[in-house]
Design a protein around this ligand. Sequence first.
Ligand SMILES: [Zn+2]
Length: 135
Amino acid sequence: MQESNSAGKSIESYCGRCKVNLDHTIMTMAGEAVAKVRCKSCGSTHKFRGVVDALKIPKPRAKKAGGETATAQIIWETGLAEARGRERDYDMAAKYRVGDVVNHSTFGKGIVMKLFANKCEMLFKDRERLMASTN
Ligand SMILES: [Zn+2]
């Protein structure tokens, strides 16, 4: 028994942005096939992918730095949870230590990952950025 799909109906599809199977709204059809869907969770419109077996989704490795957004976000969340509590507003004249939490007016919360001369690598929710600092 299969209900026929049509634009405006709900369908479960893998969302490349959320990285999980989620409820989507069918946006366009290509004949009998679902063409484009919109994620109800993040609102992005993308090609219908069907439901992806969780086992086929590569598990993000917490160690890999500078990878794709999902990996960065997990490191970011983990980093924030484990940060040793030194949280302050971002200031390029400040000295930072690895593990410090920085509040940036544009990028939000970041974690200091690496220190370089006069800059440091901070991990924000979306990706890593090199930020000026006084090391
Ligand atoms: Zn989504």
